[in-house]
Design a protein around this ligand. Structure first.
Ligand code: LLP
Length: 434
């Protein structure tokens, strides 16, 4: 049952959940609900698993999965690198004094001002996504390392992958139509910059490792073409992120070290087969590091029983703190934090507090039959793409993120207040209200 929980999760003799040595009931009392509980040890352990295979500098944590100052500080201590994809993520890293040289800047439409910010900060790598961007880089006068983002025509989804002939994507340069070749040629010629290699990200929540094999094969063939025709030798190969995690008990979280080792062997095999120098392998994991590191605690409120139809258990958060079920039909589990071993009752629907029928966190979940108002509900595996996609729908303030470690809890992102929500509002005459 604890497989989808952070590594430090335990159940006490009286059925209480503890994470990082802290009792969930006490965390909720101290910090209120909803609250995202972030287990530092799980985050560090999973980050270190990547670093153990590739070396820490070659692991660019994908900030889009969850980015805040404290996380950037943790990454810096671990010696990892960081992938940012907006000026906001870059600003967060810089506020944390994260070394800019270990930052790679992504994005399919980086603006001039974002590129200027990158220049001023001394960002170490830019992953180039379009011809327009190459012009913008030259215009801004950036002098940095460049990687060209390739769409290799391999698209991986959960449990399957497909080969997309026409490479229908807003990201990067396609292989099939020769655009990628042209991009390498032009990137080699950007004054003051050094093209160091190629990048590809084939999808997220991937369980099918064969998708990576195919992408590597295509990238090796392309590397061979550009070596022969342009004399360019790719020193770096960044294969993006994408490794999946389990959100429910019927899924399995793939082993990080094994998976990365397999990708690394594929790179070696495919490049060697073409007598190419083996590039240094880089990756950009997000979900597989931070996803299992956090849980969300909610307080149960209204319990509405519709006999013969369904029971709705409504909590004090919902689609504003976790939009994934509404957006992607993402599945989660739920438990009651002080009755972790309780016998499960009939299925109920765990719903949020937003004014929308689609605001459902889990459609059919077994909770104890005596579930009632005031119970503390825990939803595990909420570390990735929850807080980072949180919003203020219905003017609901975002929850805090509380880090737990060795029996201590520390707020690393404060709870948003109604004053925060109103901070940007102005009266009809443009003046500040209140
Ligand atoms: N690198 C690039 C270029 C990416 O676009 C992404 C994710 C990553 C790395 C990190 O991938 P990960 O290891 O986290 O799978 N909001 C969606 C996920 C979108 C992923 C976008 N790109 C979700 O909640 O499932």
């Amino acid at each position: 049952m604890l497989e989808v929980f952070p590594a430090t999760a335990k159940i006490t003799d009286d059925g209480h959940l503890t994470i990082g040595g802290c009792n969930a009931i006490e965390i909720a009392e101290q910090h209120g609900t909803p609250v995202i509980v972030f287990d530092r040890a799980t985050f560090e352990k999973r980050a270190e698993s990547y670093a153990a295979v590739l070396g820490p500098r070659q692991v660019f944590y994908a900030g889009k999965s969850f980015c805040c100052v404290a996380v950037c500080e943790l990454l810096d201590r671990l010696g990892l690198s960081l992938d940012v994809c907006t000026g906001g993520e870059l600003a967060t890293a810089l506020r944390a004094s994260f070394p800019a040289d270990r930052i790679a800047f992504h994005g399919n439409n980086k603006s001039i001002s974002e590129l200027e910010m990158a220049k001023e900060a001394g960002v170490g790598r830019i992953v180039v996504d379009s011809f327009e961007e190459l012009e913008r880089i030259a215009k801004v006068g950036l002098t940095t390392r460049l990687l060209v983002r390739i769409t290799p025509g391999v698209e991986a989804h959960t449990h399957e992958f497909v080969q997309t002939g026409q490479e229908d994507s807003k990201f990067g340069f396609g292989l099939a139509d020769g655009v990628a070749f042209e991009a390498v040629k032009r990137a080699m010629a950007v004054p003051g910059c050094t093209l160091v290699g190629l990048h590809a990200h084939i999808g997220s929540q991937i369980f099918e490792m064969a998708a990576f094999d195919l992408a590597v094969r295509r990238l090796a063939a392309f590397a061979n073409d550009i070596r022969k025709e342009l004399g360019f030798v790719a020193e770096e190969l960044n294969l993006g992120g994408g490794l999946g995690i389990a959100h429910t008990d019927d899924e399995i979280t793939p082993d990080i070290e094994e998976s990365v080792q397999r990708i690394s062997s594929a790179v070696q095999r495919e490049f060697e087969a073409l007598s190419l120098a083996i590039p240094r392998l880089y990756c950009e994991p997000g979900r597989s590091i931070v996803g299992p590191a956090a849980v969300t605690l909610y307080r149960a409120g209204t319990v509405k029983q519709i006999p013969g139809v369904r029971t709705y258990v409504s909590v004090d958060g919902g689609m504003s703190d976790n939009i994934r079920p509404a957006l992607y039909d993402a599945r989660y589990e739920a438990f009651v934090a002080d009755r972790m071993n309780a016998k499960q009752g009939p299925r109920v629907t765990l719903s949020g507090k937003h004014c929308e029928s689609g605001d459902v966190l889990i459609r059919d979940v077994h909770l104890p039959a005596d579930i009632c108002e005031g119970d503390l509900i825990v939803v595990p595996a909420t570390g990735a793409y929850t807080y980072s996609m949180a919003n203020n729908y219905n003017r609901v303030a975002r929850p805090p993120v509380v880090m737990v470690h060795e029996g201590r809890s520390t707020v690393i992102v404060e709870r948003e207040t109604n004053d925060d929500l109103l901070k940007l509002d102005r009266r009809l005459d443009g003046s500040k209200p209140g």
